[in-house]
Design a protein around this ligand. Structure first.
Ligand SMILES: Nc1ncnc2c1ncn2[C@@H]1O[C@H](COP(=O)(O)OP(=O)(O)OP(=O)(O)O)[C@@H](O)[C@H]1O
Length: 810
């Protein structure tokens, strides 16, 4: 029987130690009924030995074979290996309540892990009759995430069967990564149902990457049967090269039990190895070729890996929006960089747009904007807002909402209903809008909060059809709960949850998967946070590899073509008129538009108001904040460029230094008046003047005009614009301003007001209801246009130094 001989040789080749090899081969030949090799036939024996040595070397590192003990031959022993992973299950007739069997199971588990590539094999342990004692020395495997906490009761055993079945199902679909070993050290008497489940697992396991080593069970299909009494006997292994019908002819002695220290140390080694293997490098997340993926059916990027392999996160119909939670310092910035670089590398800027908003000092988006020190940036970014105002957030949401409307019009025209179909007609990008500390949008529970909630809800509901995706993140429980409390219906749209260390409420309250997460780990749940839908991943630290990051960014930036840089809003930065492109472009005109600052709208337009001949064309700046003086200076500078030959009367009643600077800027066309009486006199003359003349009033509240003065001022305000006379004045008190314009009768005579640090409630009398939600804050102003009936948040033009000082102090 040459086949039998060959197979036995193969088995033996695996089993023999170098020392035993020659004598074992002689015995092997005997056991096959062949004539024992003549001691004299040294040449033949040497030839066999050489063949065995070669074969053994080839097989030495073959994963899957495990040593169970020492095969006993007449003339000595040899290491006894049996085929396991990749070939068969193992059934031991006695449970691990027999310490020798317990030792064997531990040994098999460790060998199975050791002969597989790190991270490629995992253990599901069951030990109901010894309360898990069999696996106790292997505890580091549990901590390393490659073994479960052993099931010690029937319920636990059932749960393990569920998991094994899940693995088999995934394996049969070709989706399971790695090998799963179901190590049953002991079980309670099996009910018929449970026995049938175990048998079914065994039958389908081998083709699906599940292997059982089961002790104390009566039957197991496709298993190498090992009968235990004084020693072991290896029964007929199925589908293996082991030959005889009765199994292997040699008895097998148990190996001596290794010490606990060895088991613990080996478990640590394997766990560490698995951890190291689970560690992806940032470069593993980035595809070899840039911008080759098609966004039609969704966006996908690799975020990290778990024991089953790489974990890919998607924006698609199943998980159109994501919700991320984690404490400060929990790794959110790093996780986001992984994801955003991953996406940006896969999809071109024509196929993916990024809108990035941050409402508190959190994630910084320097990678997405040109910096002075590094002009390269990720060209997918369309909007970047850092420490943004709620108003800016709402403006961006409105912009996205409008984009959905635009897309819906095109889709209707083509009679299609899905983004993928729209792409067949028009190459519009998918949009990912990331909002950090999104709950700030809802703060205040005012009109703006309601609008933001409604916009978010609409985007969350309809976004998937139009290729618009939201990623909301928060560091606080209350942040996440704010979303839930706002509209339950929004919460449900966030199918993909990412829990980073310290995350509390992104997962279902019953779901404890995020407990004990460490930095660099996250729980990914694609089932809306429900228990059981979790994958615990490790993600690489993008910041640890700045060189690669930079190279990738420069590469993308150089390919950006016509792609314009994003609109950038740094909420904490002052804006200076000298940096404003519109200011730089001003030319002389008799229809001047005075520039006051930057609007907090999606396009971050310059805030400008027209000073033409229509009634009310004056500007009041109201509030004690000395930003008022600086804004007036900037406004005057913008006016001077358009009206270089006009007359300017500069009243320096407050902030005299700024007033002087302003007069100096205007040159010969300016008259600086520092005395209230002189200013009052000038006003009465203005009432008779024909323009173009501008009164630039620093601290008009000082005037305290008498009856005549008030009358003259009213005349200037009411009739001035028609004759080319306009007032640009700063009042440090609202009361003085309303008084100077003649109370409610004069309200309409000044149609533009910029309110600084005057609380909204105080504005009611003069400006009406709409302005009362104004909350004064440094670096912001409310621009009220009475005639257009608008109130808009602006960042007023101020001096650079002032805010630099403040920032340094802060
Ligand atoms: N995957 C990782 N591997 C190793 N270290 C990490 C990983 N992710 C984060 N870290 C470490 O944790 C630190 C904090 O991470 P990160 O800045 O991303 O947190 P954050 O949640 O954004 O914090 P904050 O909101 O306070 O800025 C990083 O500087 C880094 O040292």
């Amino acid at each position: 029987m040459p086949g039998l001989r060959a197979t036995f040789e193969q088995a033996v080749s695996k089993h023999l130690s170098a020392a035993a090899r020659l004598s074992a081969s002689r015995t092997a030949a005997e056991s096959l009924g062949e004539p024992a090799p003549e001691p004299a036939v040294v040449n033949a024996e040497s030839a066999l030995a050489a063949r065995l040595t070669t074969a053994a070397a080839e097989l030495a590192d073959t994963p899957g074979w495990v040593r169970i003990g020492e095969g006993r031959l007449h003339s000595g022993g040899f290491p006894m290996y049996v085929p396991f992973l990749g070939a068969a299950h193992l059934r031991l007739s006695t449970a691990a309540t027999d310490p020798r069997v317990a030792g064997l199971i531990r040994s098999i588990v460790l060998q199975a892990l050791a002969t597989h590539a790190a991270g490629q094999a995992r253990i599901l342990a069951v030990d109901t009759e010894s309360v898990g004692a069999t696996f106790a020395p292997l505890r580091p495997l549990v901590d390393g995430g490659i073994m479960n906490s052993p099931a010690t009761d029937t319920a636990g055993f059932t749960a393990v069967l569920d998991q094994a079945e899940k693995h088999v199902k995934a394996g049969l679909r070709g989706e399971a990564g790695g090998v799963l070993i179901l190590a049953v050290a002991s079980v309670p008497p099996l009910s018929e149902t449970v026995a049938a489940r175990l048998a079914a697992l065994a039958r389908s396991g081998i083709q699906a990457g599940l292997y059982l080593v089961a002790a104390g069970v009566d039957e197991l299909p496709d298993a190498v049967n090992i009968t235990v009494d004084d020693h072991m006997r290896v029964g007929n292994p199925p589908r293996t090269p082991f030959g005889t019908r009765d199994g292997l002819a040699v008895p097998v002695a148990f190996d001596p039990l290794p010490g606990n220290d060895y088991l613990v140390a080996e478990s640590h080694r394997l766990a560490d190895r698995a951890r190291a293997a689970a560690e992806l490098a940032f470069t593993d997340l980035i595809p070899a070729d840039l911008w080759t993926d098609d966004p039609a059916s969704g966006l996908a990027t690799m975020a990290g890996r778990d024991a089953n392999g790489p974990v890919v996160l998607r924006f698609d119909d199943g998980t159109p929006h994501w919700l991320i939670g984690g404490r400060t310092g929990g790794g959110k910035t790093v996780f986001l960089l992984d994801v955003l670089y991953g996406l940006a590398a896969r999809y071109s800027p024509q196929d993916l747009s990024l809108f990035l908003l941050d409402f508190k000092e959190g994630v910084s988006f320097t990678e997405f904007t040109p910096q002075q020190s590094d002009p390269s940036y990720i060209p997918h970014a369309r909007v970047v807002g850092v420490e943004s105002d709620r108003e800016y957030g709402a403006a961006i949401l409105r912009e996205l909402d409008a984009e959905m409307t635009r897309r819906s019009v095109v889709m209707k025209r083509h009679g299609v209903a899905r983004y993928a179909e729209l792409r067949a007609h028009q190459r519009v990008p998918r949009i990912v809008c990331f909002i950090d500390e999104f709950q700030v949008l809802f703060a205040g529970n005012d009109r703006l909060a309601q609008e933001a909630a409604a916009l978010l809800e609409n985007l969350a509901r309809k976004g998937r059809s139009y290729g618009v995706h939201l990623v909301l993140a928060s560091q606080t429980t209350s942040g996440i709960e704010a979303l839930y409390a706002k509209r339950d219906s929004i919460f449900g749209q966030f199918g993909l949850r990412v829990a980073l260390p310290g995350a509390t409420s992104v997962l279902d309250p019953q779901n404890t998967a995020a407990q004990g997460l460490r930095l660099g780990e996250a729980v990914i749940n694609t089932d809306g946070g429900a228990v059981g839908g979790d994958r615990k991943i490790r993600f690489p630290n993008a910041q640890a590899d700045p060189t690669t990051l930079h190279r990738l960014r420069v590469d993308m930036w150089q390919r950006r073509g016509e792609m314009a840089p994003p609109t950038v809003f740094y909420g904490y930065k002052p804006v200076h008129i000298d940096d404003n492109m519109d200011y730089a472009a001003l030319v002389a005109t008799d229809q001047p538009e005075v520039m006051l600052g930057r609007r907090v709208d999606a396009a971050l337009n310059t805030a400008r108001v027209r000073l033409d001949g229509a009634p009310g064309r004056h500007i009041s700046i109201v509030g004690g904040d000395d930003a008022g003086a600086q804004m007036l200076e900037a406004a005057t500078a913008s006016l001077a460029r358009q009206r270089p030959s006009a007359r300017y009367l500069v009243a320096g009643l407050a902030e005299p230094a700024v007033a002087r600077r302003t007069a100096a800027l205007l040159g010969e066309s300016a008259t600086l008046l520092s005395d209230p009486a002189a200013v009052a006199q000038a006003i009465s003359e203005l009432a008779e003047t024909v323009g173009p003349t501008y009164l630039i009033g620093f601290g008009l509240d000082v005037l305290n005009l008498d009856m005549m003065g008030k009358k003259a001022f009213s005349t200037v305000l009411r009739q001035g614009p028609a004759t080319g006379v306009h007032v640009l004045g700063w009042w440090r008190s609202l009361r003085r301003f309303t008084d100077d314009v003649g109370g409610s009768q004069g309200k309409e005579d000044v149609c533009y007001s910029v309110v600084l640090n005057v609380p909204g409630a105080e504005l009611l009398g003069h400006f009406g209801m709409a302005a009362t939600s104004w909350q004064p804050r440094p670096g912001r102003a409310l621009l009220i246009d009475r005639h257009a009936n608008t109130q808009d948040l602006i960042v007023p033009f101020t001096d650079r130094d002032r805010y630099d000082d403040q920032l340094m102090l802060g």
